[in-house]
Design a protein around this ligand. Structure first.
Ligand code: FPP
Length: 246
């Protein structure tokens, strides 16, 4: 295997952290133990990405559809999130990480939302990696929200419908200030996008790992990144065209 080329890392890495429940069930443990182990993996991967120099890391932590899980699991996940965010603010500051959230924040319990706001405020001047958690996030909902906000601006007369293009539409998404992901990792062997960043993933390289999230390690991350580095990204062009570009 080639060594990792730190000059050729994805600028934006997005991860669907899947398999916490299965990891626990395979060991006859409660699902929430899997989520607790999953938080440990989050810590390891966030630190490694920041060390490597990845500029944007986006983690799918809780989907808009996850509210349909049993009440006890939702409650436990919210408690874990709040604990993680509160505990990590100091470390984010030490590592110059800027914290960000995408998703329907209004649906979060007020105490979780307060912790989110505090972490955003306390890290807003940091200039290193931007860590984005997708919380109560669904991509179709995000696109509908963007379309409705755009429609409101059009009816208010501040936007000309003929001038709407991909760039201006993107500015209505939660990810307005974040570039599109270059690389998406999904763990646990599932090969789906599951309503994550549907607009933003248009040209993203996809990688599916069979490892459950609690066991996803630095080594697995490096393996995925080496795979990314072996790919040719053409954005609809031909190989020859890319070689002729300076
Ligand atoms: C998928 O596992 C994972 C989730 C729904 C939540 C991800 C949450 C964490 C890793 C912990 C909290 C996050 C942070 C950022 C502190 P699953 O339960 O869908 O697994 P399964 O498919 O095996 O049931």
């Amino acid at each position: 295997m080639h060594a990792l080329d730190t000059e050729k890392l994805p600028r934006h890495l997005a991860i669907i952290m899947d398999g916490n429940g299965r990891w626990a069930q395979e060991r006859m443990l409660k699902r929430i133990i899997g989520h607790q182990k999953g938080v440990e993996t989050v810590r390891v991967i966030v630190e490694e990405c920041s060390k490597l120099g990845i500029r944007y890391l986006t983690l799918f932590a809780f989907s808009a559809e996850n509210w349909l899980r049993p009440k006890t699991e939702v409650k436990a996940l919210m408690a874990l999130l709040k604990k993680y965010i509160k505990a990590e603010v100091a470390r984010m500051t030490a590592n110059n990480i800027r914290f960000n959230v995408i998703g329907n924040r209004d649906e979060l319990p007020p105490d979780v939302n307060d912790a989110v706001q505090e972490a955003i405020d306390r890290t807003e001047r940091n200039t290193g990696m931007v860590l984005t958690l997708a919380l109560s996030y669904g991509a179709r909902q995000e696109i509908i929200r963007a379309a409705a906000r755009l429609a409101a601006d059009i009816s208010a007369g501040t936007v000309n419908p003929g001038a709407v293009d991909e760039r201006s539409f993107s500015s209505y998404l939660f990810t307005a200030t974040i570039p599109d992901p270059d690389f998406l990792i999904r763990t646990s062997g599932e090969m789906r996008i599951s309503n994550f960043l549907l607009w933003q993933l248009a040209y993203t390289e996809l990688y599916f790992s069979n490892v459950n999230w609690p066991e996803f390690s630095r080594i697995e991350l490096h393996k995925a990144l080496r795979d990314y580095q072996s790919r040719e990204r053409r954005f609809g062009r031909t190989s020859a065209q890319l070689q002729n570009r300076s």
